[in-house]
Write a protein that binds this ligand. Structure first.
Ligand code: M6R
Length: 599
């Protein structure tokens, strides 16, 4: 989603720094890009609808500046266009902005009454107008920013240039991440640490309602009352974004193929012997576990719910973060809230976490990006070691989340003695053999390519399952629709006949998995129901099922703690090959962003 980069130097040309920063953030998804810099008191703004490369091509060769800001935009207010792209300039003020100004309409009318005229549909232009209004009114930038924070509702990370103040970049923050990087003679601003990692690992984090002034050799951060703060300089310890596609045509395929390594790396510290499980947080004091997340991360939470309830007799609820933040959550100190997020920046998940923290209840994060906003804000964090995930469709982050959560449940089962030690030892042995278990599934690409050929021209595809297999159906369906644009839906296998079965006609593809011997026959019966209505069925299972009307993808028999990891891979690869046949932009599907930083 939207990305911010800013830089101010003594002698260094900051234009390549800004462009490089934007390129680092590209994988997160955007639709337009822009840059603004000052040179000898003159302000240049350059914006494009399209890629950062187009922006770079648009900038005059040999351009030079010591101070500038840049942005990649993912449209919220106003269509995708060059005009709506950032930076926005009003009067003396030029800004780039991540977030949403919720009361922008009201502010717009007030500013229009004062004589302001706006050229775009973007809420950011109104923010620039308001800052300009207060800057002129008070002739004091601190007062202007403080007043701005009082008047604006919504979220903002703002990076600002003032045309008659050529040595300082101003930053303002609420509910949208912003950091200030520090190095010798050059300072940086970014929405995300990776954007500046090439230049420095040292940075300050801005908290809500803080603002800052950044020059080439000085960084000052203030609270909303205008008091200068003493902030801690942090050092980044995560990996940088040097990952490339290698021999793979797409990041998504590369990321699917590296899952045996990423799963192993994630769970390695906990599986070598049974006592290693005790390195996992002790959950025994909690009566209920809540899991809060969005999209694929929420689907990983559903797997954990099943395992917690089935194997440790612990009540577990799973919530979409976007719903959780506006509902009554019945929290108390016997509830542990687990937040799952690949990026650690998802706005709804972060807001839900803030709600739990306000209630003084315990929180645990399952996060992939080190030192991301969620990782920083949460009580305790367990990192997945999926490495950088570039493709918008989450694959290796999902399996890393599922694996880590499964081991967390196993540790809880060990502490509560709800699973016999001997069984736990067997499961740990299976986890240690995960590479050899997954490899045959990953290598069976011909099977998935052939299935893709059968479905890529279809309009509708259905996924069904029961229990764990229902959670997997939801993830399989999401993978297919987000990258191939084929409409797909996931249903609990027993629910189809309560309405949706009317959509099944001749050759409608129906995918299913049956990995639970106690309920597999029920799922197969549901497949029979759709077969009688013409559906073409595909089944992932560890059982010996032979049926002329069902195409079976056989997986190895393993414990329930590992089954989701095996079952999801065919779904991921079928989605991938289907999107490829359709010629879709697999790594950057339309309308989507890698990290969803608006509500
Ligand atoms: O970074 P997060 O894990 O918090 O992201 C959550 C969802 O936005 C994400 O899983 C999304 O659904 C992916 N596009 C799924 O492939």
């Amino acid at each position: 989603m939207c990305g911010i980069v800013g830089s101010v130097s003594t002698k260094t040309n900051i234009i390549p720094i800004l462009l490089n920063g934007l390129k680092t953030l590209e994988y997160r998804g955007y639709d337009s890009a822009g840059i603004s810099y000052l040179k000898d008191g003159n302000l240049t703004i350059n914006k494009v609808k399209g890629r950062v490369q187009d922006l770079e091509n648009n900038i005059e060769k040999n351009s030079f500046s010591n101070i500038g800001i840049a942005h990649t935009r993912w449209a919220t207010h106003g269509k995708v266009s060059e005009t709506n792209a950032h930076p926005h300039n009003v009067g003396h003020i030029t800004i780039v902005h991540n977030g949403i100004i919720e009361n922008f309409n009201k502010l717009k009318h007030k500013l229009e009454e004062k004589g302001y005229q706006f050229k775009t549909q973007a809420d950011t232009e109104i923010a620039a107008g308001l800052l300009d209004y207060y800057y002129k009114k008070y002739e004091n930038i601190d007062k202007a920013i403080q007043k701005f924070m009082k008047k604006v509702d919504g979220s903002y990370a703002i990076c600002m240039l003032i045309d008659n103040d050529p040595n300082t970049i101003y930053v303002i923050k609420k509910d949208s991440p912003l950091i200030i990087g520090q190095s010798q003679d050059v300072n940086y601003i970014a929405s995300d640490v990776p954007a500046i990692l090439k230049y420095t690992k040292n940075y300050y984090i801005l908290e809500d309602y803080e603002y800052g002034k950044v020059t080439n050799n000085n960084i000052e951060i203030y609270n909303k009352e205008g008091n200068l703060l003493k902030k801690e300089l942090k050092e980044y310890h995560g990996s940088d974004l040097t990952s490339d596609k290698g021999l793979y045509e797409h990041y998504m395929l590369k990321e699917i193929m590296e899952q045996n390594t990423t799963i192993r790396k994630t769970i390695n510290p906990y599986i070598n012997n049974i006592k290693d499980l005790l390195k996992m947080p002790d959950l025994t004091k909690y009566e209920r576990i809540d899991i809060i997340a969005c999209g694929t991360a929420m689907h990983a939470g559903l797997i954990a719910k099943y395992l917690f309830e089935q194997y440790t007799n612990t009540k577990c609820e799973v919530f979409l973060a976007s719903e959780y933040r506006y509902q009554n959550n019945f929290l108390n100190n016997k509830v542990l809230s687990i937040f799952i997020s690949q990026s650690g920046e998802t706005a709804d998940t972060l807001a839900a976490l803030k709600k739990v923290k306000e209630e003084n209840c315990d929180s645990l994060g399952i996060v992939n990006v080190k030192e991301s906003s969620i990782a920083r804000a949460i009580d305790k964090v367990l990192y997945t070691e999926a490495g950088t995930e570039i493709a918008v469709a989450s694959t290796k982050a999902y399996t890393a989340q599922v694996a880590l959560l499964s081991v967390l449940v196993l540790a809880h089962a060990y502490r509560t003695k709800s699973i016999k030690e001997e069984k736990i030892l067997n499961i740990l042995e299976e986890f240690r053999s995960i590479t050899s278990i997954l490899n045959p599934i990953l290598e069976d690409t011909k099977t998935y390519e052939n299935i893709a050929k059968e479905i890529y021209e279809k309009n509708d595809v259905f996924y069904i399952g029961r229990g764990l297999d229902y959670a997997l159906a939801m993830e399989g369906s999401l993978k297919l629709k987000e990258i191939s644009y084929i409409h797909s839906e996931a249903y609990a296998a027993g629910e189809l006949k309560h309405g949706t079965i009317s959509l099944i006609t001749k050759d409608t593809p129906v995918f299913s998995s049956a990995t639970n011997k106690h309920i597999n026959t029920k799922t197969i019966s549901n497949l029979k129901e759709v077969i009688s209505r013409g559906a073409k069925c595909y089944l992932i299972t560890d059982e010996d099922i032979k049926d002329d009307n069902i195409k079976v993808i056989k997986i190895k028999k393993v414990s329930m703690f590992l089954k989701p990891l095996l079952t999801i891979i065919p779904y991921q690869l079928i989605a991938y090959y289907t999107a490829k046949l359709k010629g879709c932009d697999i790594d950057k599907p339309r309308n989507l962003a890698k990290s969803v930083t608006v509500e």
